[in-house]
Write a protein that binds this ligand. Structure first.
Ligand code: URA
Length: 208
């Protein structure tokens, strides 16, 4: 599974523990989700290409770099929005496209209710962000939506992933790299990740 990067870091290990804890309240949940997102995004952007530039320090002119790639983040509404501030801090001029997919709780099948992904994504780094890769259905649909707009350089960033979701994305999209902080055991009968952390959106936005 060379396209699956399970990012290991002491801060991730601790923050994931806090995120998983049923007793963690929304404020702490947000803070730790943000820490994990930052570290994952640093890994997911390590290979962005650079353009040489020059910079004048108070002492001399020296070599510097601009990020040459155009980066577009696509948060999957609603939970994906939780990872957007971290992307915007890391890459301030990131473009942002939105996709809204809601899964039917009974069938776990996703229905698209919003799509504002800009066209002409060829040669841009598309980063699809969604904290929970469960069945992979909404992620699969989002990758297809991005590819239909020309995307040819896609990475996905998820905090917790299931084996089922990873299998679906790697078999349908061998050109996509997955960055995740945890590869959990399984999905339960309601398609929640086990052990997981429950409903990410509800815990992050405090709508439980
Ligand atoms: N979405 C969540 O928020 N949690 C899961 O476990 C699965 C999907």
């Amino acid at each position: 599974m060379e396209n699956v990067k399970v990012v290991s870091h002491p801060v991730i290990a601790h923050s994931l523990t806090v995120l998983r804890d049923i007793n963690t309240e929304a404020a702490a949940f947000r803070r730790h989700a943000d820490s994990v997102a930052h570290i994952l995004l640093q890994h997911a952007t390590f290979d962005l290409s650079l353009r040489e530039t020059t910079v004048t320090t108070p002492l001399a002119e020296t070599k510097g770099y601009d990020i040459a790639d155009t980066v577009i983040a696509v948060p999957i509404l609603r939970a994906g929005l939780a990872m957007l501030p971290a992307v915007q801090q890391l890459i301030p001029n990131v473009r942002v496209g939105f996709i809204g997919l809601e899964r039917d709780e009974a069938t776990a099948v996703a229905h698209q209710y919003y799509n504002k992904i800009p066209g002409d994504l060829a040669e841009q780094r598309v980063m699809v962000i969604d904290p929970m890769l469960a069945t992979g259905g909404t992620m699969d649909d989002t990758i297809r939506a991005a590819k239909s707009k020309g995307a040819d350089n896609i990475v996905i960033v998820c905090i917790v992933s299931s084996p089922e979701g990873v299998e679906r994305i790697t078999s349908n999209h061998s050109d996509v790299t997955i960055y995740t902080a945890a590869l959990d055991e399984k999905l339960d009968h309601r398609k929640y990740i086990v052990p997981g952390l429950g409903d990410f959106g509800d815990r992050y936005f405090d709508t439980l």
